[in-house]
Design a protein around this ligand. Structure first.
Ligand SMILES: O=P(O)(O)OC[C@H]1O[C@H](OP(=O)(O)OP(=O)(O)O)[C@H](O)[C@@H]1O
Ligand SMILES: Nc1nc2[nH]cnc2c(=O)[nH]1
Ligand SMILES: [Mg+2]
Length: 159
C-alpha cells in the first residue's frame, strides 16, 4: 500500500447487506464443512455468513499483515489454519495486494476463498467477492469509524 488518496467508508448497514449478498452467491458454491475466518477483519463477515448458511463449525487463522499506521510489513502467522481444507470456506473482509490471501491459500489449498471487497491486485486470488474498488482506495470498516461533524463545502460567507 503506497498513497491512498481515495476512501471507501462502509457503514454497518452496508457491511451487513454486502455480507448477505456474498452469502447468496456462496449458496451455489457449498455446502461447506466449516468457515475459516481470517482474523481480525474476517470475523464479522464470517459471523454473518455463518448465520445465513447455518454453518456452526468456525475456525480461525490469525495473521498480522498491516501495522496500526496502515503500512504492510512481514506476515506474522500467530495461529495456523486447520489441516483439512476440502469443503471449507475461507472468509476475509478484503483482498488488497493479495499477500494475506496467498499465504492462507497455501495453508488451505482446497478451500473456497470469499471476501466482501477486492482490489485489482488481489481479485484473481479469491474465488468470490461482492464489490471491487480501485487499488488506490482505502476501505474503512464500520469498526474503524465514528460519527463526527464535517465542515460544509463553502463556509464563512456571512461571518
Ligand atoms: O491483500 P493484503 O494486502 O494482504 O491485505 C488484506 C489484509 O489486510 C487486512 O488485514 P490486516 O493485516 O490489516 O489485519 P486485521 O484483519 O487484523 O485488521 C485485511 O483484513 C486483509 O486480511
Ligand atoms: N481497513 C483496511 N485494511 C486494509 N488492509 C489492506 N488494505 C486495506 C484497506 O483498504 N482497508
Ligand atoms: Mg485481515
Amino acid at each position: 500500500m503506497s498513497e491512498q488518496p481515495k476512501t471507501f467508508p462502509v457503514s454497518w448497514e452496508q457491511l451487513h447487506r454486502d455480507a448477505k449478498a456474498l452469502s447468496w452467491r456462496l449458496m451455489n458454491e457449498g455446502p461447506f464443512e466449516g468457515i475459516l475466518a481470517v482474523t481480525r477483519g474476517g470475523l464479522v463477515p464470517a459471523a454473518i455468513i455463518a448465520r445465513e448458511l447455518d454453518i456452526r463449525l468456525i475456525d480461525t487463522v490469525c495473521i498480522v499483515s498491516y501495522s496500526s499506521d496502515n503500512k504492510q510489513g512481514e506476515l506474522k502467522v500467530l495461529k495456523d489454519a486447520p489441516k483439512e481444507s476440502k469443503g471449507w470456506l475461507i472468509v476475509d473482509d478484503l483482498v488488497d495486494t493479495g499477500k494475506t490471501a496467498r499465504a492462507v491459500r497455501e495453508m488451505m489449498p482446497d478451500a473456497h476463498f470469499a471476501t466482501l471487497y477486492a482490489k485489482p491486485a488481489g481479485r484473481d486470488i479469491v474465488d468470490s467477492f461482492i464489490t471491487e474498488v480501485s487499488q488506490d482506495t482505502w476501505i474503512y470498516f464500520p469498526w474503524d469509524l465514528a460519527l463526527q461533524t464535517v465542515p460544509p463545502l463553502v463556509q464563512g460567507k456571512y461571518d
